[in-house]
Structure formats: C-alpha cells, structure tokens
Design a protein around this ligand. Structure first.
Ligand code: ATP
Length: 240
C-alpha cells in the first residue's frame, strides 16, 4: 500500500529544546495509523510539525510524494489535510451551524456537505442552532472533528479525541472515526486510550523521547501484552 504521508529524519526544536530527534515513518493511504507513547514523548509536536505549526529544522515531510515541510498551515490544509488539535477547536459563543460555516473555506455549506456531516454526526443536526458552549464534551469533540472534515480531506490528523470523555461517548466517537475511514479518509491518530487505539488502528507507531521506537500492525501490539508494558507502561488494568 502506498504511503500518503512520509516523514524522514524530522527534527524539531521548540525554542532551545530539541524535541523531535529524527522522526521517520509512513502513513499508508486509506488506513488508520495510531501514534502512541507516554506523556511528553513528542506526539503532539509531531502533528504540529506536519501541520507547519512548528517548523522542522531538518528532515523532510511529503504528502502524496510532494514535499510540504516548508509550507505554512493554510497551504497544508489546502492540500487536503485536516487537523483536530487536543484542545477542541470550537468557538463557544457561536452556534453549531456558525462553527461549521466558518470552517468551510468556500462560503455557505451546500446540501452535499450537510448530508456528509450529518451522516457522521447526527447529533449535530439536533443542536444546529445551539451555542457550541452549551454542548457536552463529547458533542464538542464531534463538532471539532466535523469542522476538520467539512472540506474534502485526504488525511486527518487527530490529537487525543477521547480525552476526558465518558465511555459511552468514546464508543460513539470510535464509530464515527471508523465511518470516516470507510469513506476513504486516511487518519493519523494520537491516542492514550488503548481500547480506542485497538479498535481503530490498522498500523501503530510508538514514540519515546522524540523518536519512533516501534512500528507495526496494531493487532500484533494488541496481542502482545509484555510489549505494551515495555513500550507504553500499560498494566493489565488497561485491558479490562
Ligand atoms: N511550547 C513548548 N515549549 C517548550 N517545550 C514544549 C512545548 N510544547 C511541548 N514541549 C515539550 O516537548 C515535549 C513533547 O511534548 P508533546 O506535547 O509533543 O508530547 P506528547 O507525546 O504529545 O505528550 P502528551 O501525551 O502528554 O500530550 C515535552 O517534553 C514537552 O514538555
């Protein structure tokens, strides 16, 4: 399967801190790749570097074979990359509708875009004219993802979408993300919830200390408890 996204030797500094210390990986087209790792491993910095929010000092990043490491965020978005940051990207004082309209580059949403969004997130239809600030945490997360896919996307980068959500909401979010993948969107997903990672991931990358220390099939890592313990410090409770 061909790589939609490819990082080679990516090094990122934040101020004087050397955070990404040579990151190499491929994200295969049409699959969901999980980016796992302990706190502070460099997962968010990796997504932000792909989006051009931090500039890689060395190394290359390519999307469908085209170098993007020197592009600014809007240019990367224009090439079909959506980004859902860890702090949900919604405007609390605006309605659900206004949040989505603002996210659409080409003016008002047409019927096809509305059908596409409601197909994933039917709850948003019910709250269409409600202020985003009045939504629950799970509904806000869905709106945040909906904003990222309101335009057609090849690749979606999502940072810890299940963080702080109740188990039932996590389940429905997992179903939404599976549906997004079924519709042909490639996903790179940072996740701390191993259950969600196991449900969603085709491939897995594990980071530690600013580099990739493991890459492989998610199913293989899910079946190897000692490896999870070693790479992620997961205890048996994570599997219950
Ligand atoms: N703005 C910043 N200024 C200085 N250091 C930063 C900044 N942002 C991140 N870092 C540092 O970079 C390292 C990697 O952080 P990053 O947020 O990428 O890790 P992470 O794997 O996403 O962690 P978590 O799972 O806790 O979100 C950490 O040591 C962090 O303290």
């Amino acid at each position: 399967m061909s790589a939609l996204l490819k990082l080679s030797g990516v090094q990122t500094y934040i101020g004087r801190y050397h955070i990404l210390q040579g990151v190499d990986f491929d994200v295969p087209e049409g699959q969901t790749t999980m980016l796992l790792g302990r706190n502070g491993a460099g997962k968010t910095t990796t997504l932000r570097t792909i989006m051009g929010l931090w500039q890689a000092r060395t190394g290359s990043i390519s999307l469908a074979g085209e170098a993007i490491e020197k592009l600014a965020t809007p240019d990367i978005a224009q090439r079909g990359v959506g980004y859902v940051p860890e702090s949900m990207a919604v405007f609390s004082d605006l309605t659900v509708k206004e949040n989505l309209v603002l996210a659409a580059r080409n003016g008002p949403l047409d019927e096809a875009q509305l059908a596409w969004i409601f197909g994933f997130f039917p709850a948003l239809k019910k709250f269409w004219l409600s202020r985003a600030g009045s939504l629950s945490g799970g509904q806000k997360q869905m709106l945040s993802i909906a904003r990222a896919i309101v335009e057609p996307r090849k690749l979606l980068l999502i940072d810890e979408p299940t963080k702080g959500l109740a188990p039932a909401i996590v389940m429905s979010l997992i179903e939404c993300l599976k549906e997004i993948k079924r519709r042909g969107v490639t996903i790179l997903l940072v996740e701390q919830n191993f259950h969600a990672a196991r449900e969603l991931g085709d491939q897995v990358l594990v980071m530690d200390n600013g580099t990739i220390v493991h890459r492989g099939e998610m199913a293989a890592l899910a079946a190897d408890v000692p490896l999870q313990e070693r790479l992620l410090g997961l205890s048996l409770e994570a599997h219950q």
